[in-house]
Design a protein around this ligand. Structure first.
Ligand code: GLA
Length: 364
């Protein structure tokens, strides 16, 4: 173990019991004064992330709940969770896979959203603490059976959260299947870098390393094209206040009720597994910075447009509309119906892999 990791710790406590009688755990991964992550094996949700501001004052920068009950609530909007088997929307809950017509439950208007009624965010994963020479972490495993939520083939998933010295949280995912299927995992943390209870996120500055995005139809399904962000509200190539164009008079903004779109990460190539910088989020008051790098071709940016203050989060805090922002690395929504998008089909014998790194620091 090197000097930095020698100070890092990992421990498990109990988090509660599901109605089915399964025990859920809470893991605390810590590099003192730099980053403390709290993660539950229920949906693999990131429950808390404490990082220092310019003055060294720690704050918890993700929204969530104090107890398992909040995560079990059917109104829980995927707070901090792993999303799967397929992130975001699949049009009409249907797609063709070879000669087969796959039919999923629809749980978002006419569409299937985030894996269906009981996706990967709504189950207890098997879990163990793993410490290596340069990280402490928790490894989560979940088997989704053949036919789960309508998806063909059993899928075995492993997601590991690792604390890296100096403020990094690395998430590595793998999946294998026993019959042809589709897979698209993402992570649904709601960030407010001023603190989870700080209110509006609209003064945060965001940069997205993307020249194009995938415009939506009226039901929030990609129309199929990739459109240049230049001269649109979606241009975040240079750091911009999140609130600047969020209510612009623009059809795409209206369809997302703000930002709720997939950006096309610059430089991505099929078959490569390079960590590319996709986004940089900065909070002006505290100076906290989050840099996101990923192997994924897409980044969904969702400005919590559907939160409405009714949800009681940590410390009884009510989470208002646009009080946080999700940065969700992913393949493009509805890819199974859009052959021109990077493929999401997984064949037996192949391995799905994703790596995503969240790195926290402070701006000078
Ligand atoms: C994603 C979607 C949003 C919304 C949230 C969860 O980010 O794109 O439209 O469904 O998840 O509430």
């Amino acid at each position: 173990m090197n000097i930095a990791t020698a100070r890092m710790t990992a421990r498990r406590t109990t988090f509660g019991t599901t109605p089915a009688g399964t025990q859920a755990s809470l893991f605390e991964l810590e590099e003192p004064g730099v980053l403390k992550a709290r993660i539950t094996d229920y949906g693999g949700a990131i429950v808390g992330l404490e990082t220092p501001d310019r003055e060294g004052r720690l704050a918890d920068v993700v929204q969530g709940f104090d107890s398992l009950d909040g995560y079990l609530d059917p109104e829980n909007p995927y707070m901090g969770a792993i999303v799967g088997r397929f992130a975001n929307r699949i049009a009409g809950g249907r797609f063709r896979l070879g000669s087969r017509e796959v039919e999923l439950a629809t749980n978002n208007g006419p569409n299937s959203l985030h894996g269906g009624e009981r996706g990967f965010s709504h189950t207890v994963w098997r879990s163990e603490i793993v410490e290596t020479d340069d990280s402490v972490g928790v490894v989560l495993r979940h088997r989704s059976e053949d036919g789960d939520e309508g998806y063909p083939g059993a899928l075995d998933c492993t997601v590991s959260y690792q604390l890296r010295a100096g403020g990094g949280l690395l998430i590595e995912s793998e999946a294998t299947c026993d019959a042809t299927t589709v897979v698209n995992l993402t992570f649904h943390a709601y960030f407010n870098l001023e603190g989870h209870a700080a209110g509006s996120v609209l003064d945060h500055r965001l940069r997205i390393c993307a020249e194009r995005f995938t415009p939506l139809d009226e039901t929030q399904i990609p129309m199929g094209s990739l459109i240049a962000v230049a001269e649109t509200p979606f241009d975040f190539r240079r750091s911009k206040r999140l609130g600047r164009d969020i209510d612009a008079d623009d059809e795409q903004i209206q369809r997302g009720s703000g930002f709720d779109h997939n950006w096309v990460v610059d430089g991505w190539n099929v078959g490569e597994s390079v960590l590319r910088q996709a986004a940089r989020l900065e909070a002006p008051e505290s100076g906290r910075v989050l840099e996101l790098s990923t192997t994924e071709p897409g980044l969904q940016v969702y400005t919590a447009n559907f939160l409405d203050g009714t949800l009681r989060g940590k410390g009884g805090q009510s989470y208002a509309r646009r009080s946080s922002v999700c940065l969700e690395p992913q393949h493009f929504p509805d890819s199974p119906n859009q052959p021109q998008f990077p493929p999401t089909v997984l064949e037996p014998g192949d391995v799905y892999r994703q790596r995503t790194l969240y790195r926290f620091s402070v701006a000078p």
